[in-house]
Design a protein around this ligand. Structure first.
Ligand code: IPD
Length: 264
């Protein structure tokens, strides 16, 4: 399989889907917003975007199955699966905050082999495939060179429905507030990861995430020279609902923090 070609086809598809999202924002009414769970929103825009993406991806790789955020009926297949978030940052979107993205990854068996994150309003397309460099709009990107936490800017997502680990989460938040350049919360985990990949942030952490929030971004961070894991340093960050992603110099220091504070 030509992963470079496939990734670039997906990047083009994301650009087209991004225009769709942006145009639909003008038509969105409050009554179009449904609550799937506590503070977990969806609109016809997410659903339509997903249907269009699934149709296009089916043409690119007919043998692949789907794991998708708004999925009702797509099948997961054995070897290849697309992992899709047709609109990451739905809460931003429904409030008119211009920061939302599309995240598409291809998983071969259990490994992510292609990833694209497209931030719609700045038209920034981040992508990588297995064995490649990482790119932003065709320019190579790398994680930052900062050597320690105190020289870094960090990102996170605030827990919004699973508050069971809030105290542990806050310990790290407070540590970062006091011992780094600060903490940001953009509202789209896929973009947070992309920003780690291009060195804007030194690191990102969040729990309660889904595979479609992180699958593409985790590959882009790794191909940009960064390190990604769950809170214990293991590899279960795509399906394990917890992730840290940093540059390699800071990874050890950050992992110590999550190991110390996140007592399962
Ligand atoms: C959400 C965003 C947000 C993160 C949430 C995600 P969605 O995705 O990535 O930044 O904090 O945990 O669920 O629901 O907008 O696709």
């Amino acid at each position: 399989m030509n992963l470079e070609l496939l990734t670039k086809q997906v990047a083009n598809l994301c650009r087209a889907s991004g225009s769709f999202l942006k145009n639909e924002l003008h038509n969105l009414k409050q009554s179009d917003v449904q609550e799937k769970g506590i503070n977990d929103f969806v609109t016809y825009v997410d659903k339509t975007s997903e249907k269009r993406i699934v149709a296009d991806l089916s043409k690119i790789l007919p043998e692949a199955g789907f794991i998708a955020e708004e999925n009702q009926s797509y099948q997961r297949k054995e070897k290849y699966n697309w992992i899709i978030d047709p609109l990451d940052g739905t809460t931003n979107f429904i409030h008119g905050v211009p920061l939302y993205s599309i995240s598409i990854a291809l998983m071969q068996n259990n490994e992510i082999v292609s990833g694209v994150v497209y931030e719609v309003n700045l038209k920034e397309c981040f992508y990588a495939w297995q064995g490649s460099k990482a790119f932003l709009n065709s320019h190579e990107i790398n994680v930052s060179k900062a050597k320690s936490l105190k020289d870094g800017l960090f990102a996170t997502g605030f827990p919004y429905h699973d508050y069971s680990r809030l105290d542990d989460y806050m310990e790290i938040f407070i540590h970062l507030m006091k011992n780094s350049h600060g903490v940001r919360r953009l509202g789209t985990a896929a973009v947070d990861l992309a920003y780690v990949a291009c060195g804007r942030y030194e690191g990102f952490y969040e729990y309660g995430l889904h595979p479609w929030d992180v699958a593409a971004g985790e590959l882009i961070v790794r191909q940009a020279g960064g390190a990604v894991s769950d809170f214990t340093g293991n590899n279960n960050h795509v399906f394990g609902k917890e992730i840290i992603a940093t540059n390699k110099s800071i990874f050890g220091e950050f992992l110590e923090l999550t190991k110390k504070h996140f007592k399962k």
